[in-house]
Each structure stands twice: as structure tokens, then as C-alpha cells.
Write a protein that binds this ligand. Structure first.
Ligand code: 5AD
Ligand code: SF4
Length: 442
């Protein structure tokens, strides 16, 4: 097979990054090597996201560049996968006639079918089939792996496009997941991140053997050689005591929970159809802190939801202040097609939304900065990722709390090393490799 090259651009969430790794793994088997050079690639792929409008706009600009490449080299193939492709379906070809293949998030394996078929005329694949088959992933990092435990979402958050792009929730069977993680560990993986739109509702509707997310955590924790388990994202409604206890009792489950708040006002939460109140959210945070006292808690927050008053927004600020998140992703509400919230009357002027966002970010950062000081003077276990982005003379990795740690000292990517923390900002920790702790460990 002649060597061919693929250039892939990924937008959106970790689920998409994982799907992209699987696409590259599958393409590897078909003789496509990844390239950084889009202009020279035989296959230009986009793995798209539609969670917010901005992602759409950025993607369209990229797609136009790909079209220019195809004008110069007409044999270049252009593929568009992921949520945005799913949300517009066959319109992709009408809007962008130069696209050769388009497929939804469930159809990554169809890309292989397309590339190996005799006729490369434009085709789209948008059925929900649950899982993307069992594709080998081409991992970006040797020791970190992603595992998709469920697809789709049964919630109906009024702002969210996911239920219409990724369909109803389907969980993968327990044994299959345990086998997959065992295989990853045998392959050198030390940290896995379990992915799903609502990870902690995993298993409940599995037939013939219903299960629970807490059981899954315990089964995976028992795998010899697996050092770290992460998961994203749980839903506050399904964050029950059994999950928190499994989290507390399983040594490999990291001290970090990403628990999306979205809004601090129960009135707005109701309009968002989030199915919990401000009090319930605070109660879940208290439960986590009771059993996992040092747990880092991060969140997602949307500002400027239709009808959000200054008083509602104040409630969001209050919750942020009270919880003291270790970090937060903050978003200005963006109406998405086919969602209930897109039809709601939005009377909050854009400037007000932007001003609220600034106030929110300021508070999030101040609290995250304060929270991070608790690490200074401690020695944390860091999984080394590579050289630091800003200063290549230092190394970069992540601690179990999911903070980036930049540190001085010799270490190899993939190693778990003790780092003495000397400084902390809202985003990153700095430190030095602890030779004493390292020597003691051997
Ligand atoms: N507008 C703004 N933010 C959104 N998110 C999801 N949909 C929207 C939207 N329509 C945010 C939520 C979610 C995160 C992944 O993206 O906070 O948790
Ligand atoms: Fe969207 Fe809500 Fe499902 Fe998350 S839980 S994917 S926000 S519908």
C-alpha cells in the first residue's frame, strides 16, 4: 500500500479528541500516516463540535482553507465528522460541495468503509448506532488513554444540542470496559479517563445485567498496574453516595471531580431543565468534601441564559464563592438549533452578558488562586507529560488534582514523580522534583 497522509483538526470536547485518536488508529491500519501539513495531506479530516456557535465559525474558516487545497490538488479527500456534521446532516454537501465524506459521532468506522470502497463519490453516514465499533486508538500520549463508557444523553438540558446530535444514552457492558482497560494497561497506559455525556448514569439501563458507575469504578480500580482513573462529566443529579464512596475508597480514582453547575439560581436551573436545585448542588459538594476532603472540584457555568436577572446572576456568584472551585469553564449562552432554549425570549443584552462573564471569571480565578495555595509546601505525585510549554528547560505534568505542574529536574514523559510544590496560581503549580521522595520510593 502506498503511504498516504492524513491531517486532522479536532474541535470541542475530550470525547472528540478520543474519537480523533480512534480515527487515526483506524487510518493507520489503512496506510494513512498523520501529518502536520494540511497543504500536503491526501486526506483532510475535521472532527467537529457544535456545542457553541464559536466552534462552528472557527470550523467553517478551516473548511474553506481545505477547499483551497482541493482546488490546487483535486485528488485531496475532505472528510467532516462529529457533532456539527450530525446536526446538519446532508446539508453539509449542499453547503460545502467539496466535502467527500461526512459522518456523525457514531460512524467513525464508516470512514474506513468509505475509504476502502471502489467509488469515492460523496457519502454521508448519520444513523445512530451507539458505538463506533472497536477501533484501535492512536494515542497522543503513550501512558494516557481515553475510554468511552457511554454514548448519547437521556437528559434534556434546554440549552444543549447533544441529545439531538448524539442520541439516547447507550452504555457499554462492564466486561467489555474492564477488558479494554486491561488491554490499555498491558500496552503501557497508567491513566485512563472515562468519557460520557453523563458518566454516572452509566450502566443503569444495561441489559441483561444492569450495573452502576460505582461498580465500574471499583472494577477498574482492581486492575493491577493502573495508577489513575479520571472521569468526565458526571451530572449532579446522579452524583449519589455510592459514587462518592467508590471515589473515596478506590486508590486509583484521582482527587478531582468536574461537576457542572451551569447556574447558581434554582429558577434558572429549572429553565435549563437541569433537574437539581442550588441546594442540591451544594449538598453534593459537601458530600464529596466529607468523603474526599482534599478533592479538587471544577465546573462549567453558563452566563446570560435567557431571562437571567441580576439577582439570578448574583446567586451564581454566591455559589462560586461558597464552593471555591479549583477551576471553571465559563460560557456565554449561545442558542443552538433544535434546542428549547433557542426559542426562549432572550432579553439580556449582549453587553450585560459580557460584563457578567468578566465578573464571573474574576471571582472564579480569585477563588481558584486561593484554593491552589493549599498545595504549596506539599509533595505531589505528577505524571510527566513532556517539556513545559513556556519554558522547555522545565518539565510539565499533572498532579492527581488535575492541575498542570511545571517543575525543575530530570524526568521522562510517562513517569510518575514526586514534585515539591513551591508556587501556585489559579491555573498552574510550580515546583521542583523531590529527590528525597523519589529516592525513598525506590
Ligand atoms: N451555550 C453556552 N454554553 C453551553 N454549553 C453547552 N451548551 C451550551 C450553550 N448552548 C456548555 C455547558 C456544558 C459545556 C460542555 O458547554 O456549560 O457543560
Ligand atoms: Fe447536554 Fe445536559 Fe446531556 Fe450534558 S447532561 S450532554 S448538558 S443534555
Amino acid at each position: 500500500m502506498s503511504a498516504r497522509s492524513v491531517h486532522i483538526t479536532t474541535f470541542g470536547c475530550q470525547m472528540n479528541e478520543h474519537d480523533s485518536e480512534r480515527m487515526l488508529g483506524m487510518l493507520d491500519a489503512l496506510g494513512y500516516a498523520p501529518t502536520e501539513d494540511r497543504d500536503a495531506a491526501d486526506l483532510i479530516l475535521f472532527n467537529t463540535c457544535s456545542i457553541r456557535e464559536k466552534a462552528d465559525d472557527r470550523f467553517v474558516a478551516h473548511l474553506r482553507q481545505a477547499a483551497a487545497v482541493k482546488r490546487r490538488r483535486p485528488e485531496t479527500l475532505i472528510g467532516v465528522g462529529g457533532c456539527w456534521a450530525q446536526s446538519v446532516k446532508d446539508q453539509v454537501f449542499r453547503q460545502f460541495p467539496f466535502v467527500d465524506v461526512a459522518f456523525g459521532p457514531g460512524q467513525v468506522h464508516k470512514l474506513a468503509e468509505f475509504l476502502t470502497s471502489d467509488s469515492l463519490t460523496a457519502q454521508g453516514f448519520f444513523e445512530f448506532e451507539g458505538f463506533t465499533g472497536h477501533l484501535p486508538a492512536r494515542r497522543a500520549r503513550d501512558v494516557q488513554g481515553w475510554v468511552q463508557i457511554s454514548a448519547g444523553c437521556n437528559q434534556r438540558c434546554s440549552y444543549c444540542i447533544v441529545p439531538s446530535t448524539r442520541g439516547r444514552e447507550v452504555s457499554r457492558p462492564l466486561e467489555e470496559l474492564v477488558d479494554e482497560v486491561r488491554g490499555l494497561v498491558a500496552d503501557g497506559v497508567r491513566e485512563v479517563t472515562l468519557l460520557g455525556q453523563n458518566v454516572n448514569s452509566w450502566g443503569v439501563r444495561l441489559r441483561p445485567h444492569p450495573s452502576t458507575f460505582a461498580t465500574l469504578l471499583r472494577e477498574l480500580d482492581a486492575i493491577e498496574g493502573l495508577d489513575r482513573i479520571r472521569y468526565t462529566s458526571p451530572h449532579p443529579q446522579d452524583m449519589k453516595e455510592d459514587v462518592v464512596l467508590a471515589h473515596a475508597e478506590c486508590p486509583s480514582v484521582c482527587e478531582h471531580v468536574h461537576l457542572p453547575l451551569q447556574a447558581g439560581s434554582s429558577r434558572i436551573l429549572k429553565l435549563m431543565r437541569r433537574t437539581y436545585t442550588r441546594e442540591h448542588f451544594l449538598d453534593r459538594v459537601a458530600l464529596i468534601r466529607e468523603h474526599v476532603p482534599d478533592c479538587a472540584i471544577t465546573t462549567d457555568i453558563i452566563v446570560g441564559f435567557p431571562g437571567e436577572t441580576e439577582a439570578d446572576f448574583q446567586e451564581t456568584l454566591e455559589v462560586v464563592d461558597e464552593v471555591g472551585f479549583d477551576g471553571a469553564f465559563t460560557f456565554i449562552f449561545s442558542p443552538r438549533r433544535d434546542t428549547e432554549a433557542a426559542l426562549m425570549e432572550d432579553d439580556v443584552p449582549h453587553e450585560v452578558k459580557v460584563a457578567r462573564m468578566e465578573r464571573l471569571v474574576e471571582l472564579v480565578q480569585r477563588r481558584a488562586h486561593e484554593r491552589a495555595q493549599r498545595f504549596v509546601g506539599r509533595t505531589l505525585e505528577v505524571l510527566v507529560e513532556g517539556p513545559s510549554r513556556h519554558d522547555p528547560s522545565r518539565m510539565r505534568g499533572r498532579c492527581r488534582h488535575n492541575k498542570v505542574v511545571n517543575f525543575e529536574g530530570l524526568a521522562v514523559p510517562g513517569e510518575l514523580v514526586p514534585v515539591e510544590i513551591t508556587g501556585a496560581t489559579s491555573q498552574t503549580l510550580t515546583g521542583e522534583l523531590s529527590l528525597v521522595a523519589r529516592a525513598a520510593a525506590f
